[in-house]
Design a protein around this ligand. Structure first.
Ligand code: SIN
Length: 325
């Protein structure tokens, strides 16, 4: 092997999201992986770069009326409505299991108000085994769920409030359902977010025309899966041009090519979401394939691939020496 070419075995997979260090950039997205225990027979949970369980709220929520999911072309519409047992049940029943895992644990929270978000984050900070919080300010399926993700001022105040009351690293999960995601990102970054997760689902709808009825009980829902990947890539790219904090890409990621596209476009890590439903072990496959993909760019660290996108008019990179015929 020529000395300039890197070997997959030598690739450093670790990435840094502000104050949060991850062993690798392959995370599983909130709402698509339960509380991880459900997946233990299928996934080596300790290998994951991070686990983000289903969003929790202060009080238990029964969620929205059925139907809550509908398949769409290359995607999935959901309107779950943040069905969960609440923060106390999470701390009592799920945290002890999750905290024993090697993988970093990022707890996703949603509050109905500024003060509720802040109080939940402060409560979590009192427990060991939690590595970061993800502020879900982007759920389209509950009343007020996107208020903090669509108004830069509210978003900034919220992130600052959480930062002031909780010493855990903070990720803010942003919605694409805005005119300018970059301006929301700038507000979150200025207020002290360690990283931004983007994107949450794209607002959509499904109709049964024969019955003349919407298919989702809540009428509207959030679209995820491969259908939204180009939108997510666009958001990662645009936000990477606007802020200096790390980004976590989410949206239709299912293959190693998808992962690499997000890294090159500016994401330091990715979350696997909808693909977990049809291939629960997909994250393990991506982890197996990642070192070779990084090495194929003659890089020895994932971090050095992040944001390495060239301008469209730049000359193409020379092929690695080993692929020359
Ligand atoms: C839901 O529970 O409705 C989905 C969660 C989300 O989109 O953040």
């Amino acid at each position: 092997m020529p000395p300039s070419e890197s070997s997959p075995a030598d690739v450093d997979l670790s990435v840094q999201l502000g104050r949060l260090a991850l062993p690798n950039p392959i995370l599983v997205a909130s709402g698509t992986f339960g509380y991880a225990r459900e997946m233990e027979q299928l996934v080596d949970l300790d290998r994951l770069g991070g686990i983000i369980p289903k969003t929790i709220t202060r009080l238990p929520r029964p969620g929205n009326a059925p139907w809550r999911t509908v398949e769409a072309s290359s995607g999935l519409l959901n309107s779950i409505g943040l069905d969960n047992d609440g923060i106390d049940a999470f701390l009592e029943h799920h945290l002890p299991y999750l905290a024993r895992l090697q993988s970093p644990l990022i707890v996703s929270i949603a509050g109905r108000s500024h003060d509720e978000f802040v109080a939940m984050a402060a409560k979590l900070a009192g427990f060991s085994g939690i590595d970061a919080v993800e502020l879900n300010i982007s759920c389209p399926n509950v009343s007020g769920g996107v208020d903090f993700g669509t108004d830069p001022e509210l978003c900034g105040k919220l992130v600052a409030g959480v930062r002031g009351s909780c010493d855990l690293p903070i990720l803010a999960k942003l919605t694409p359902n805005v005119t300018s995601i970059a301006s929301i990102a700038e507000a979150a970054a200025a207020a002290g977010a360690d990283a931004l997760s983007l994107i949450n689902t794209v607002l959509g709808m499904a109709v049964d025309w024969r019955q003349r009825r919407p298919l989702l009980g809540n009428v509207l829902g959030g679209l995820s899966g491969p259908a939204i990947k180009p939108i997510a890539l666009r958001c990662v790219y645009q936000v990477s041009q606007a802020v200096d904090i790390p980004l976590v890409g989410i949206g239709g990621i299912a293959t190693i090519d998808d992962v690499m596209e997000f890294l090159v476009a500016g994401a330091s890590a990715v979350q696997i979401g909808t693909a977990n439903y049809y291939d629960p072990a997909v994250s393990m496959k991506l982890l197996d394939q990642l070192p070779a993909a990084v090495a194929s760019l003659e890089a020895t660290r994932v971090a050095s691939v992040v944001g390495s996108l060239q301008r469209a008019d730049a000359p193409p990179a020379a092929p690695p020496a080993s692929s020359a015929t």
